[in-house]
Design a protein around this ligand. Structure first.
Ligand code: NAD
Ligand code: UDX
Length: 469
């Protein structure tokens, strides 16, 4: 097996950036170059004051230590490819918006373009690693493209190395992953390539956590892991609806079932719904795969996880409207949190977007506050969510605030959509004094102390807890 000394990563996004920055930090003997076509993104990664394009706790410290030493960011994709022995393909694979499989299948155009570029410019052998989440057997298509276009004497070995980091905890997840998964063909060359990549990770990941499997198992394991994680959330959210109707408390139920060592306590927090760039996309991808394989029952089973999530979001919006005396027209609502989870500025598929869209269609006024999401991103998301409404009209109904206190002033209701730590520390008495009465709090993340808030005077609704609790 070759010893890797130069790594290139194509795609400087949420995955490529943190993943390869950590490889550079942990492997000072390896030169890591992260390339991207997006000039603004690369400039931000290179910014002198470390104003990085994504927010992730601990990321700035990692980049500070490695950038300029053995970590480089560049738009020169060709040079990055030519210099490297090992190339991560970490480009986006969004759900297709049109054509065959629209709404379900992964759009592999970016993966294919990156692969074709590697074939076109490489003049030495490379290990090409699928880091993006892709449908089962994509590695085969990549190999066909590479082999059909390569120069003589160039060999390409393809590996699958899906990424399991979660946003908001990416650096911790990368420093001590539960496991690193590497899939390869079970040929002598495939196994050698697998060993070369495993050797890179072994600089900081214990050997027993580096799992090596076949290519197709590796690709499918990524979709399977996300589908099962999302299924857990849809299951707990389905139970939250029963709790609200019966007087059971979802926190107590989750605690009780999580004590079963076969179930385990993690990832059982009921919520307003899951968001993020991965869960929905990857399940839909699995649904599409199942349908293509003529397994309609399997497809329907996984599709229900996404349908349950849609139901949870609209159920929550409906609770807000119902509780505010069946109409929110002309009422003022503060939405705390716009990111899809705490500790990230990412809003992809954020449940907050659906909530605000629903409130706008009921003709309410909405004020949004999020500690990390940029204003421009909020406007972009709302324009996309309300396709027939021009931005100027949206801006008549929506304002963006700079703090929770400012957002909640003179409002009838507060909706908590993201579990930011600072929302746990709100001075509720001051907030209450500044609100219109009766003042309502709708907690979609189970972070408030409902009893304490009721003592202040609020009317409180917490997800998964009925009035009879
Ligand atoms: P992203 O959109 O943040 O980043 C992708 C980057 O690739 C963009 O900056 C884009 O400009 C660049 N790019 C696209 N085509 C290119 C090309 N031909 N040459 C050079 N650059 C190109 O996406 P992301 O969130 O980092 O996700 C990347 C992949 O990782 C996806 O397949 C995703 O499913 C998977 N994944 C994401 C997460 C997550 O938490 N975001 C976790 C695990 C896996
Ligand atoms: C997920 C996977 O966890 C990660 O392994 C994979 O690599 C990418 O997709 P991510 O989407 O970044 O990561 O965050 P995650 O922590 O999984 O949260 C996803 C969504 O589920 C968020 O909206 C979160 O708020 C929600 N969630 C999570 C719940 O509602 N309840 C929970 O118990 C856990």
């Amino acid at each position: 097996p070759i010893k890797v000394t130069k790594v290139c990563c194509i795609g400087a996004g949420y995955v490529g950036g943190p993943t390869c920055a950590v490889i550079a930090l942990k492997c000072p003997h390896i030169q890591v170059t992260i390339v991207d076509l997006n000039q603004a993104r690369v400039d931000a990664w290179n910014s002198p004051d470390f104003n990085l394009p994504i927010y992730e706790p601990g990321l700035v410290e990692v980049v500070k230590q490695a950038r300029g030493r053995n970590l480089f960011f560049s738009t020169d994709v060709d040079k990055g490819i030519q210099e490297a022995d090992l190339i991560f393909v970490s480009v986006n694979t969004p759900t297709k918006k049109s054509g065959v499989g629209a709404g379900f299948a992964a759009d592999l155009n970016y993966v294919e373009l990156a692969t074709r570029r590697i074939a076109a410019v490489a003049h030495s052998s490379k290990i090409v690693v699928e880091k993006s989440t892709v449908p089962c057997r994509t590695a085969e298509s990549m190999r066909t493209i590479l082999e059909a276009n390569s120069r003589s004497g160039c060999r390409f070995d393809i590996l699958s190395n899906p990424e399991f980091l979660a946003e908001g905890t990416a650096i911790d997840d990368l420093f001590s992953p539960d496991r690193v998964l590497v899939g390869s063909l079970q040929t002598p060359e495939g196994l050698d390539a697998c060993e070369s990549l495993a050797e890179v990770y072994s600089n900081w990941v214990p050997k027993e956590r580096i799992l090596t499997v076949g290519l197709w198992s590796s690709e499918l394991s990524k979709l399977a892991a996300n589908a099962m994680l999302a299924q857990r959330i849809s299951s707990i959210n389905a139970l939250s609806a029963i709790c609200e109707a019966t007087g059971a408390n979802i926190d107590e139920v989750a605690h009780a079932i999580g004590f079963d060592s076969r179930i385990g306590p993690k990832f059982l927090r009921a919520s307003v719904g899951f968001g993020g760039s991965c869960f929905q996309k990857d399940i839909l991808n699995l649904v599409y795969l199942s349908e293509s394989l003529h397994l309609p029952q399997v497809a329907a089973y996984w599709r229900q996880v996404v349908e349950m999530n849609e139901h949870q979001k609209s159920r929550f919006s409906k609770t807000v409207v119902d509780t505010l005396f069946n109409t929110i027209t002309g009422k003022h609502i503060a939405v705390l949190g716009f990111a899809f989870k705490a500790d990230t500025g990412d809003t992809r598929e954020s449940p907050a977007i659906s909530l605000v869209r629903d409130f706008l269609s009921e003709r309410a006024y909405v004020t949004i506050y999020d500690p990390k999401v940029e204003d421009a991103q909020i406007w972009l998301d709302l324009v996309e969510a309300c396709p027939n409404v021009p931005l100027v009209n949206i801006q008549k109904q929506v304002t963006i605030a700079r703090s929770s206190l400012e957002a909640c002033k003179d409002k009838e209701a507060i909706v908590i959509a993201t579990e930011w730590k600072e929302f746990r520390e709100i001075d509720w008495q001051t907030v209450y004094n500044n609100m219109n009465k009766p003042a309502f709090v709708f907690d979609g993340r189970m972070i408030v102390d409902a009893v304490a808030l009721q003592k202040v005077g609020f009317k409180v609704k917490v997800i998964g807890r009925g009035d009879r609790s």
